[in-house]
Design a protein around this ligand. Structure first.
Ligand SMILES: Cc1cc2nc3c(=O)[nH]c(=O)nc-3n(C[C@H](O)[C@H](O)[C@H](O)COP(=O)(O)OP(=O)(O)OC[C@H]3O[C@@H](n4cnc5c(N)ncnc54)[C@H](O)[C@@H]3O)c2cc1C
Length: 447
């Protein structure tokens, strides 16, 4: 038996068919079966103008739902991005499982008729006068605003980092784009031919899909084992914080598995600089000292923060742990802005304790739309988001842990036969095959 353990899920054909049907009918990117999307959606007549900023999964899900639920409203979507990327597929590309062309769709095809699409970025948010200013200086007056801008990948915080060189000299990062996920796979594949010294990292900021750096680590070990070079390799994980995952029970599970795989973890060891030509990485330790490590493969999940337009606006947290990253100040339950009641946040931009996954978006989009409608008819928002976050943690080719949890670190498994701390072929299949169709249904406002 390999060091990776074995699939302990006893999934019968009957269970598999039942689960597939349930997922197809009721679930989204996350497998939660109790989504509010299954409930009747409220529809109202209104002449209000709603501006949605950001056309990722969250923005698309919102405009598609608003289009169906608001009769007569003016809906404007602001984002210059033309392609839509299925980001959960990036880890599959970066580990040699999916081809690069499986993750790109056209935004034009996902934006419903009747929604005005302004193909520019928002430069400034002025919530006191209920206005958004675009890059070209266009001023959009709104009655209600939905912020769905996602995160800014802040590679600039790492001295010497050059995103354009991902894929060369053992430099890897799964996050920025499908093309760079492919370049990351090429670097991983090259490393696995000979083995060598790999450094895997985790920044100190909140990040989207916090499981991705862990998946990359498990899969690197698995690919090296498949290539017969694991014994000739060392894989070290440097975490800038005191854990590798925010949910204690999952953190411990991962650490236990890495002990078996002989992957040492260095806590409070923050990547601060990289010399790409010399293949040398510098880590700052808790006491402020620095260590320099040579590497053959270096994986960099970048520090993340809110895009400048939000960070520099009154909409950002003004104090507390979320203020530094400029995250959107929303109530964690209703997702309504804490100070501007005509503003809601959805997706990765929210300054909440958990929830930067597509599964979070799937569960929170219907809640935001229902709460917005309540505000539009002068009622208090009543739908409450529990922080649902989910991500299938790939542990080797053909097996994954289906990790699901809420704001309070409770595990919230949706499928009774998939145990959260046991890896399974079914969890792998969800990631490999079933999630993308569900994700697209969320983008189209159908789930
Ligand atoms: C490598 C990787 C693996 C992942 N794996 C999983 C997984 O297994 N399961 C899972 O559930 N989730 C996963 N995720 C996370 C998931 O993809 C995100 O949580 C989700 O896509 C967030 O959607 P969003 O709409 O909030 O942000 P995004 O999809 O990032 O969209 C934000 C949009 O806002 C736009 N924008 C930014 N600033 C402005 C501005 N000033 N004006 C106008 N528009 C602006 C951007 O152009 C962009 O189009 C993964 C993500 C990555 C990167």
């Amino acid at each position: 038996m390999s060091k990776y353990g074995k699939d302990k899920t006893n999934i019968s054909r009957r269970n598999f068919l039942a689960a597939s049907t349930a997922l197809t009918v009721a679930a989204g990117t996350g497998v939660s079966l109790n989504s509010t999307s299954a409930q009747a959606a409220t529809t109202i007549k209104t002449k209000a103008h709603i501006v949605v900023v950001g056309s990722g999964l969250a923005g698309l899900g919102i405009v598609n739902r608003l289009r169906k639920q608001l009769d007569g409203a003016k809906i404007t979507l602001v984002d210059a991005k033309q392609d839509h990327h299925y980001q959960p597929g990036f880890t599959l590309i970066a580990t040699g499982i999916w081809p690069v062309d499986k993750v790109t769709n056209s935004n034009q095809e996902l934006i419903p008729a009747g929604v005005e699409w302004i193909q520019e970025m928002a430069r400034e948010f002025k919530p006191d006068t209920k206005q958004v200013v675009t890059d070209s200086g266009k001023v959009l007056d709104y009655d209600y605003l939905i912020v769905a801008t996602g995160v800014h990948l802040d590679y600039d915080q790492i001295e010497g980092m050059d995103v354009n060189r991902i894929g060369s000299n053992g430099l890897a990062s799964v996050y920025p784009s499908p093309e760079l996920a492919l370049a990351t796979w090429q670097a991983m594949e090259k490393f696995c031919k000979t083995g060598g010294k790999a450094l895997m990292t985790l920044p100190s900021t909140p990040i989207k899909c916090a499981g991705a750096p862990l998946k990359m680590t498990f899969m690197l070990a698995n690919r090296a084992e498949q290539a017969g070079t694991l014994a000739a390799s060392s894989i070290d994980f440097h975490s800038a914080i005191t854990s590798v995952f925010s949910v204690p029970v999952i953190n411990q599970e991962v650490l236990d598995r890495w002990k078996v795989l002989d992957i040492p973890v260095h806590f409070q060891s923050k990547l601060v600089a990289v010399d790409i030509d010399a293949q040398r990485a510098t880590f700052e330790q808790a006491d402020g000292s620095r260590i320099v490590e040579d590497y053959d493969f270096l994986h960099i999940p970048p520090p993340m923060r809110a895009p400048d337009a939000i960070k520099n606006s009154p909409l950002a947290w003004q104090e507390g742990p979320m203020a530094g990253g400029g995250w959107l100040e929303v109530d964690p339950g209703t997702l309504q802005h804490k100070r501007y009641k005509n503003v809601f946040g959805v997706g990765d931009i929210n300054g909440t304790a958990k929830g930067k996954t597509a599964a979070t978006v799937k569960k929170s989009v219907p809640i935001v739309v229902e709460n917005l409608i309540s505000v539009m008819i002068d009622k208090a928002p009543t739908k409450i988001f529990d922080g649902y976050t989910s991500c299938p943690l790939l542990v080797r080719e053909g097996s994954a842990l289906l990790v699901e949890f809420d704001y309070n670190n409770n595990l919230t498994p949706s499928l009774p036969f998939v145990k959260p701390l046991e890896d399974s072929y079914f969890a792998w299949l969800l990631k490999y095959r079933l999630f993308k169709p569900s994700y697209m249904a969320v983008a189209k406002g159908r789930l």
